[in-house]
Design a binder for this molecule. Structure first.
Ligand SMILES: Cc1cc2nc3c(=O)[nH]c(=O)nc-3n(C[C@H](O)[C@H](O)[C@H](O)COP(=O)(O)OP(=O)(O)OC[C@H]3O[C@@H](n4cnc5c(N)ncnc54)[C@H](O)[C@@H]3O)c2cc1C
Length: 496
């Protein structure tokens, strides 16, 4: 059977594309390597509780906000979303506490201006930039705009740090503004301003947590695809793209099965996708070298804590806690924990005021995992367990600055590292956010959905932007390459 579209990878990017394309009437097959769909949004169960992996909160879901139209179209607004406190992120840095407030970028700037009054004007300019980033995020899909109007293009060749340094004089405020950026790779030398501003802007509109885990998002998207006649097939690992006369005609799975389609979308890391083209008339060596040479963002170590019953009251915000003075340069290469994101899981029962689960996240480099790169899950030996134990202890000790006594509340603890991510999502080097975008080389590092093969498209976090918001947006751009940007604009964005 020949499908209209085969999508490789049932992570968020693949499933959003699958939902849109099947609803548009195309016959869609999604192929996923793992036993369960979801990629970074997978969850797992231990002793009766479910644990999230790559999802903790999302921004911009209120009516008229940046993710509302897409989530509404995808049926995701029906999920049990729960709004975080007005001070949704609390930053503890250099012994002081700072609050990031939601309610719009102006409210965000006003709250910080109370603490940094001499920086009020600069904060307001920054707020205007965030507002623009959300208002104009779909410029590239607007049939009435040309490429020169696209905001991403205007800011992707400016560095986030150089903007902060040029616009803010107070050294502490420069640090605070990067204080909740553990959910992106904060590097002075490469992070583009557009990535930084866009990643922050949605959360300042409004910030939300799910009552439940990321599998609710995954389940709703799979259900969309199936209800429109498509299929999501797990344990189907693609290992080759078969090209004929300059077009892809089929994929080969590693059990030998061959699946044919007219169009193919890969949400898998672009360098891996490129490797599936064994012999290609159209993908030249220079393009392959370009893909192979692109760097990946660093990974994440997650310490998932199961707490004793009634030990900790649920807190409706995130804490970012640092013991390192420079959030723009965490001591990754030294293997130390310099900052931690502390996220609380909503109790299953809304009447329960106690939390059973807290996640601690800290950036972790691949270098730290390299000694075990050739080992398999469950057989990594004592040294690896000791490394995980040390990281868990350091994360808990740091989190205790905001949650005193946390260590004594812990009943059980599960630690994942970039190795875990590599094994469960196939991301090279267990990178948390896919390929590294670099403002010094935007043409090379900001990939578009188009590949040199005309019927092979890309999607997912290695392209434009990462995160639930960024990947959803990127999927719209991928679908536009197939359905036309007018279609996406009319049916999804303007139809909000
Ligand atoms: C620790 C962590 C915490 C995060 N927290 C948040 C958060 O709170 N909020 C937020 O907005 N974002 C968060 N993110 C980011 C967000 O989860 C990701 O950006 C997003 O889910 C990536 O989706 P994707 O589809 O691009 O990639 P993936 O989820 O990696 O999907 C790719 C899929 O392809 C499959 N695949 C790979 N190889 C093959 C093959 N050969 N054949 C078939 N299938 C294959 C993989 O198994 C996977 O399912 C977090 C990320 C991490 C790492």
């Amino acid at each position: 059977m020949k499908h209209d579209v085969i999508i490789i990878g049932a992570g968020l990017g693949g499933l959003v594309c699958g939902s849109i394309l099947s609803r548009a009437g195309l016959d869609v097959l999604v192929l996923e390597r793992e036993a369960q769909p979801g990629g970074c949004l997978q969850s797992y169960r231990r002793h009766g509780l479910s644990y999230d992996t790559g999802f903790h909160y999302v921004g911009g879901l209120d009516e008229g906000q940046s993710l509302h139209a897409a989530f509404s179209y995808l049926g995701l607004l029906r999920l049990p979303w729960h709004r975080l406190d007005t001070a949704f992120d609390r930053i503890r840095l250099q012994g002081r506490d700072f609050a990031f407030v939601q309610g719009g970028s102006r409210a965000f700037a006003d709250a910080l201006a109370e603490v940094f009054p001499s920086e009020r004007d600069a904060l307001q300019r920054y707020a205007a930039l965030m507002e623009e980033a959300t208002l104009r995020q779909y410029d590239g899909l607007n049939p009435g705009k040309g490429p020169e109007d696209v905001l991403a293009a205007a800011y992707s060749d400016t560095g986030a740090w150089s903007y902060i340094e040029d616009n803010f004089r107070d050294p502490l405020l420069r640090q605070v503004l990067g204080g909740n950026a553990l959910r992106m790779e904060l590097r002075r030398e490469s992070l583009p301003l557009f990535s930084f501003v866009h990643c922050n802007a949605g959360y300042t509109e409004s910030s939300w947590r799910l009552r439940g885990d990321g599998s609710l998002i995954v389940g709703a998207l799979c259900e969309n695809i199936r209800s429109y006649g498509g299929n999501v097939r797990c344990r189907a690992e693609v290992c080759e793209l078969i090209e004929k006369d300059g077009r892809i005609v089929a994929v080969r799975c590693n059990d030998g099965e061959i699946c044919e389609a007219r169009t193919f979308i890969s949400s898998v890391h672009p360098s891996i996708t490129c490797g599936w083209l064994k012999e290609s008339r159209v993908v030249k060596k220079v393009w392959r070298r370009r893909m192979a040479g692109l760097e990946n963002t660093s990974g994440i170590c997650t310490v998932s804590l199961r707490l004793r019953p009634q030990a900790l009251e649920y807190f409706n915000c995130n804490h970012y806690v640092y013991n390192c003075p420079d959030v723009w340069s965490l001591p990754l290469s030294e293997g130390r924990v310099g900052g931690v994101l502390v996220s609380c899981r909503l109790p299953e029962d809304p009447a329960d005021r106690y939390a059973r689960q807290v996640d601690l996240l800290t950036p972790m480099s691949w270098e730290q995992c390299r000694p075990w790169a050739d080992t398999v899950v469950g057989h990594r030996g004592e040294d690896y367990l000791a490394l995980k134990g040390r990281l868990a202890d350091e994360c808990i000790a740091l989190a205790e600055q905001s949650l005193p006594g946390l260590g004594r509340m812990v009943e059980d603890c599960y630690v994942s590292t970039p190795l875990t991510w590599r094994d469960y999502t196939s991301t090279p080097e267990g990178s948390a956010y896919g390929m590294r975008k670099d403002y010094r080389d935007p043409l090379l590092t900001f990939l578009t959905p188009r590949m040199p093969v005309p019927n092979l498209l890309l999607t997912g976090q290695s392209l434009l932007l990462h995160g639930v918001h960024g990947v959803t947006m990127t999927s719209l751009f991928t679908c536009a390459a197939l359905l036309g940007k007018d279609w996406v604009w009319q049916h999804i964005i303007r139809n909000k």
